[in-house]
Design a protein around this ligand. Structure first.
Ligand code: COA
Length: 169
């Protein structure tokens, strides 16, 4: 059996066993392990810890049968919010969990009066850019050569793409 929800632009089909919850520093080991195994440029455990300990930030995990398979951290400020990080466990990618998590976050943000979501993504992160585009995010600006890449890559720098989603209430 499947649940179907809608965002502005796309139908999202997700397994019925999926659930969402706030997470805290108590889950830091699970979160850090997903981050290190599943992201090409993982945050350090200290970066994760600092973001989670900041009580202003919104930290949501998506679970399948009670197992955390991904998370998102967002920072609201006035009537906008920045997505700071989103990662789905490598074994659970391309199954709709990333979309579902952003869909959940979006509803939470709307309920808190947030009108716009911003995020920044590496130009080479095709999976993430495809995900955001599929949910209606649009590119609004470029930070030229903002990121460093891995030392074995030909070019050492990479652009940051700033994307934005206007939320309708
Ligand atoms: C980016 C990320 C969060 C996507 O999560 P996900 O659960 O795999 O995404 P979904 O299954 O919800 O994908 C939704 C849509 O996004 C697009 N998409 C996702 N991954 C893609 C990929 N590898 N290639 C092309 N399109 C992709 C597709 O349009 C997909 O819809 P479809 O499967 O029906 O074609 C995941 O790849 C990830 O954790 N990456 C590492 C961390 C990271 O880069 N985070 C972003 C930091 S800015």
């Amino acid at each position: 059996m499947k649940l179907v929800t809608t965002t502005k632009t796309k139908l999202i089909t997700r397994p019925i066993s999926i659930s969402f919850k706030k997470f805290s520093h108590n889950e830091i080991e699970t979160i850090a392990s997903i981050e290190s195994e599943s992201s090409e440029f993982p945050w350090s455990i200290n970066q994760l810890f600092e973001s989670i300990l900041n009580l202003n930030n919104l930290c949501y995990a998506v679970s399948v049968k009670s197992q955390i398979v991904g998370y998102v951290i967002a920072m609201p400020a006035a009537d906008s919010a920045d997505i700071l990080n989103i990662t789905i466990h490598k074994d659970f990618k391309r199954k709709g969990y990333g979309s579902s998590l952003i869909d959940y976050l979006t509803k939470e943000l709307i309920s808190k009066g947030i009108k716009t979501i911003f995020l920044e993504v590496r130009r080479g992160n095709f999976a993430a850019i495809s995900l955001y585009s599929s949910l209606g995010f649009a590119e609004i600006s470029v930070r030229k050569n903002y990121y460093t890449k891995n030392s074995n890559q030909l070019s050492r720098r990479e652009d940051g793409i700033i994307m934005c989603l206007e939320l309708s209430t």
